[in-house]
Design a protein around this ligand. Structure first.
Ligand code: V47
Ligand code: SF4
Length: 378
């Protein structure tokens, strides 16, 4: 892996007879220049995995060296009741459904108590959009967690949940974000972005917040000093152009605010949802997508492969395609992906397992906090 990584890229390009647009795009990447939407589509359509891996590694080496980050985290999914009906979602239930759940503040407190002695640094809170909950209940969820785990970073609520409760409270996005920050919100996760293109959205998640609203919520958060993550749901009905345009909107917002910590491509998983007939894309497409996103984002430092979504084996491979973060210990606290057919039906990894995956791909495991400050090298 090391010698491959350190090969002189311009020699690689010459030796492999890479010519035409691929040669000029490669040379832009090597010079640290930004690639355009059409160049991104060209990479998706024409570059092979060897070239993509080389270019993505070049970018990741400059940004992160050999570090691959993980954290000690757990999730709270306060409800799977949702007023929306996204066609790719295997998780949501109507309030009347016997399989729906909603947690009381007492239950949330009890859950947090299980992690008092576990040196966890982050809790990720995300769920459905419950018709009866409002911004104050969201605030109380954050407060209940912080009361038990005062030093833990609370990364909570997708822009879809936030858009709903902020609008319900008749607040502007910035007022809503300020209010939640007052309750102790530290950052917001990247969920709900899917693909921003309105026509794709109309077909896969017509009733929830638009791409424009997703971007407005994140911009408001950044302006209030709340960092966030960005995601992209790929491998369903979208085209490469839709992916490139989606990433472009995120890159443009990042130019204005600098508030995104990482970009997370999420692979569509096909079990138990209305888009299941589409099936799933293969590993080559996953690796290609990680590499292209690493090459594309000159202004976002970290690319995350979320292992419960991708599976452990493919997460290991993704590290050679630009990925420098594999998320965390999770402790079997999320159902979103197991319900959609992911390999790990009870997602949980010890620090030893996470560091082994990273070491076996030739990189250096680094425990991070939610803002990518280094806690420990392994
Ligand atoms: O918005 C739902 C996705 C997201 C499926 O910020 C699906 O660190 C694939 O955003 N197949 C929620 N994807 C999860 C999320 C997330 C996950 C991990 C880390 C972070 C972070 C954020 O999950 C949804 C949607 O895009 N999703 N169903 C499915 N069948
Ligand atoms: Fe609701 Fe989120 Fe599922 Fe869409 S993806 S139905 S918003 S829980």
């Amino acid at each position: 892996m090391d010698s491959y990584k350190n090969l002189d890229l311009s020699i690689f390009i010459k030796k492999n007879k890479i010519v035409g647009p691929l040669a000029s795009i490669s040379s832009k990447v090597l010079k640290g220049e930004r690639i355009t939407i059409s160049e991104t589509v060209h990479l998706y359509e024409n570059a092979d995995l060897g070239l993509l891996s080389m270019l993505a590694n070049h970018v990741r080496d400059l940004k992160n060296g050999d570090n691959v980050y993980f954290n000690k985290n757990f999730h709270i999914e306060p409800t799977n009741t949702c007023i929306y009906n996204c066609k790719f979602c295997s998780y949501h239930k109507a309030a009347s459904d016997p399989e729906s759940w909603e947690m009381t503040l007492n239950q949330i407190t009890k859950l947090a108590e299980n992690y008092k002695e576990k040196s966890i640094t982050e809790v990720h809170v995300v769920g459905g959009v419950h018709p009866k909950w409002d911004i104050n209940y969201y605030g109380k969820i954050i407060k209940s967690i912080k009361k038990i785990l005062p030093n833990v970073h609370v990364k909570a609520f997708s822009a879809i949940e936030l858009e709903y409760v902020i609008k319900k409270a008749n607040l502007s996005h910035r007022e809503g974000m300020k209010k939640l920050k007052g309750y102790g919100l530290d950052s917001i996760p990247g969920g709900g972005a899917e693909i921003f293109d309105p026509e794709v959205r109309e077909k896969i998640c017509s009733d929830k917040a638009t791409g424009k609203q997703w971007l407005e919520v994140h911009e408001a958060a950044h302006l209030e000093g709340i960092p966030s993550n960005a995601t992209m749901l790929y491998g369903h009905i979208e085209s490469y152009k839709h992916r490139a345009e989606h990433m472009d909107a995120i890159r443009n917002l990042q130019d204005r605010t600098g508030g995104f910590n990482c970009f997370i491509p999420l692979k569509f998983r096909a079990q138990h949802n209305k888009l299941g007939y589409l099936g799933e894309v293969g590993t080559v497409e996953d690796l290609k997508n990680f590499a292209v996103s690493r090459i594309f984002f000159d202004n976002i430092n970290h690319i995350k492969a979320y292992w419960p979504m991708l599976g452990k084996q493919n997460t290991k491979l993704a590290i050679s395609f630009g990925v420098d973060d594999i998320d965390g210990t999770i402790d079997d606290t999320t159902k979103i992906y197991s319900m959609a057919g992911a390999e790990d039906q009870k997602p949980s990894m010890t620090v030893e397992m996470l560091t082994e995956i990273i070491k076996s791909s030739g990189r250096v495991p680094v425990e991070r906090n939610s803002l990518y400050n280094i806690i420990k090298y392994y």
